[in-house]
Design a protein around this ligand. Structure first.
Ligand code: WTA
Length: 712
């Protein structure tokens, strides 16, 4: 009502402004210039590089990336758009990814470390694996895959491995033979792994008996039994389980080895010792690997990445954005179980012939000085991690970096939006004011970076990733497909107008879902073979400032980004309803100081079930066993009923509002508005008692909560 009591007249324009267009206000951050010393040595130091990648040079500009590789046969067509949106890059070209990451460096740097592996226990020795040794071990494992497992090009294999050097060795062995690998994050449960085995149609599972985390030797093989069982239930039989051993000659698991199915790699390996397997020349378009990622609904999506386009893209972005030179010591502290590890621990850095550091364990083990000790001892000069780790290291050891004598020339943040205050600590304390920082925005689907500053040429702005990277032309659309004016500071859905070599080829086994999730929303003409009609919809909200820099606001679909890990609401809810007493479940994000977002579950019980029987713990356990520890909810709330629309749809934004102490918005359309207050009073009281009242949220966070659950 207006102040004079007359009904307020709503201007038609106002009602038509979609939620996506609401301006997001924040203080513009001050720009930071890269240090002169960095500029002097940078791979991309000539401003002309931008001009080479403008739209008029597309798609041929990407020849510059492809030329970083060694091709067996050059391509005849840079980009084939005849079957959109199934783009094909470097068509006619042939190459081998393993050859490019290993063999071709033997002549120039056989004795340089390719990988340096740091075990979690500080009493254990660090291992340096030279390019020569990597070549030997990759060949031997390839011989085993071929000889013992009978695998060949095009077959799939699943790895469920932690951060040990056997993982990149096994990946490269697959690449050598054209076998498509699918690495499942080691922290995921056996059940989650089994689902992915079945989806990819893998006949072999590669695992390890155990690994160290937080000082404990964890039994990992136990998950393999669960994985094989789950895969079988989903129609896929695993023939062989290859088990590495964390300590030679010992067995860290309590589960028995299954006769005729489970084999210790070190038992089988002697037969293949010293064997050399020629790299198989693969078409550029042959799939290199599958990486699963959570989506809004249903099963995780197997993002299928190509050999030629993908490898070109990660080599090019590693060179110009990570500023990797062969003589650098580069440490990306991500897990190889995520796309960041595939692209920027293994394929990109090794294609460039540098030294890539891998760390087995938890960054704060045994104390928060650990990462800086590793950096000092190994002479790491490029450091790459995620905001969640930066927040944690700041919290537990704000002054630790200053105690160690290391010097980074370059640092990366990836995986979730970084708060400007956290960025500044990273810059001042971790980087000692000496390092250029890139905030790289991208996704599992993308192969490599989409948004970032060029580290020597474009200033940094805390909290903004920067402009589109070389050859990537982003645009922000509103819900109706209208372009949000560039540089207007208004929020909308960020899309990429053009294809690029690193884009995934399809969702494994589900091309329709590939089209509907990423292209349908903004496709201008389904019959067109002109790429301009097929923008890629990233499912992220973003805004662009007047200087052209993008600020990523988070997901616009129902995916919850916990510590940089994408978790689908559907997966969380399906896991919860496995608990017998649970009738319905809804997952919502809650702003979390360390993890960015955490998961909260709301559940309603079947009639007659007593709510006092430890059901919360059962739900948490079900989620942990179906998905993994990363997904463990912060709280499980039992509610008398879910807030629902008259058509029976759970209104997640309402409970998301309650969990975050924000406005629940309009509830007049609910079938049962009376439950909202009941739930709110209970949850808020409990949260205050648990010391969980959140800090004041930013406008962007409030927007995200408000829109949660509106995706479908
Ligand atoms: C988010 C990780 C803000 C985003 C490489 C995206 C980011 C999702 C950034 C992909 C960043 C990633 N700033 N948000 N620099 N990087 N994101 O598939 O919401 O695990 O859609 O790939 O993480 O997560 P994914």
């Amino acid at each position: 009502m207006a102040a004079d009591g007359a009904p307020q007249v709503t201007e038609p324009e106002e009602t038509e402004v979609s939620e996506a267009q609401i301006a997001v206000h924040w203080r513009e951050e001050e720009l930071y210039r890269p240090p002169p010393k960095f500029i002097g040595q940078a791979n991309a130091s000539d401003p002309a590089i931008r001009a080479r990648f403008t739209e008029e040079h597309f798609p041929d500009c990407f020849k510059e990336y492809a030329d970083l590789l060694t091709w067996d046969q050059y391509w005849h067509t840079t980009l084939d758009t005849s079957n959109p949106p199934f783009w094909r890059w470097f068509v006619g070209g042939r190459l081998n990814a393993c050859y490019n990451c290993v063999d071709r460096h033997l002549e120039t740097r056989p004795n340089q470390a390719a990988l340096i592996w740091v075990p979690e226990p500080e009493s254990e020795a660090t291992h340096a694996i030279t390019y020569r040794e990597l070549y030997r071990r990759v060949n031997e494992f390839a011989a085993l895959l071929e000889g013992f497992c009978g695998l060949k090009a095009g077959d799939r294999i699943t790895f469920h491995m932690p951060m040990v050097p056997e993982l990149p060795i096994a990946m490269l062995a697959c690449a050598r033979l054209g076998i498509i690998h699918s690495q499942v994050f080691g922290g995921f449960s056996g059940a989650a792994c089994g689902g992915r085995i079945a989806d990819s149609g893998s006949t072999v599972l590669v695992t390890i008996d155990g690994y160290y985390r937080n000082g404990e030797l964890i039994d990992h093989k136990v998950k393999a039994d669960e994985a094989v069982k789950r895969a079988h239930e989903e129609g896929m039989d695993v023939d062989k389980v290859l088990v590495f051993r964390r300590h030679a000659g010992q067995y860290a698991s309590t589960t028995p080895m299954v006769d005729g199915r489970d084999y210790f790699v070190d038992d089988v390996m002697p037969e293949y010792a010293g064997k050399v397997v020629p790299p198989v020349s693969m078409p550029a378009e042959a799939p290199l690997f599958i990486m699963y990622s959570s989506g809004t609904t249903g099963r995780p999506k197997g993002c299928q990445h190509s050999t030629g386009g993908y490898l070109s893209y990660v080599a090019g972005t590693s060179k110009f954005y990570q500023d990797i030179h062969p003589e650098d010591t580069y440490w990306c502290a991500a897990d190889i179980g995520w796309i960041t590890g595939h692209s920027y621990i293994v394929y990109g850095p090794l294609a460039l012939g540098t030294t890539s550091v891998m760390y087995e364990g938890v960054p704060t083990y045994p104390d928060p000085g650990r990462p800086w000790r590793i950096a000092e001892r190994l002479g790491v000069n490029i450091f790459h991690t995620a905001p969640t780790t930066i927040r944690m290291l700041r919290k537990v050891g704000p002054d630790e970096p200053l105690k160690y004598d290391y010097h980074f020339k370059h640092m990366t943040t990836v995986g979730e939006p970084i708060e400007p205050g956290v960025w500044r600590w990273y810059y001042d304390v971790v980087g000692k004011g000496e390092a250029a920082i890139v905030d790289t925005w991208w996704q599992t689907e993308n192969g490599g970076f989409l948004g970032s500053t060029l580290p020597a040429l474009e200033p940094m702005k805390p909290g903004s990733c920067g402009p589109g990277v070389l050859g990537i032309y982003p645009v922000i659309y509103d819900e109706n497909g209208e372009e949000v004016p560039a540089g207007s500071g208004k929020a909308g859905n960020i899309c990429i107008r053009n294809p690029w070599p690193g884009i995934f080829q399809t969702i494994w086994g589900d091309p329709e879902r590939f089209v509907s999730t990423y292209y349908e929303k903004y496709c201008r003409n389904k019959d067109s073979t002109d790429w301009h009609d097929w923008p890629y919809f990233a499912n992220d909200g973003a805004m662009q400032a007047a200087d052209g820099y993008f600020r990523i606001l988070g997901r616009v679909d129902d995916v919850i980004n916990v510590a940089g890990h994408r978790l689908g609401t559907k997966e969380l809810e399906s896991a919860s309803v496995l608990v017998e007493e649970v009738a319905e479940a809804a997952a919502v994000p809650v702003v979390d100081e360390l993890r960015g977002r955490a998961v909260e579950m709301y559940i309603s019980l079947k009639p007659g079930v007593d709510p006092k029987s430890g059901i919360e713990d059962k739900v948490a356990a079900a989620i942990e066993s179906e998905i993994g520890k990363v997904a463990r909810p912060k709280n499980v709330w039992i509610v008398p009923d879910m807030p629902k629309t008259r058509s029976g749809k759970i209104m997640r934004r309402v409970i998301a509002g309650i969990s975050n102490f924000t406005d629940v918005g309009d509830i007049t359309t609910l079938a049962n508005p009376e439950v909202v207050d009941e739930i709110r009073v209970h949850v808020e009281k409990e949260k205050v008692a648990r010391g969980e009242a959140p800090r004041e949220l930013t406008e962007a966070e409030i927007e995200e909560i408000k829109k949660f659950g509106q995706a479908e």
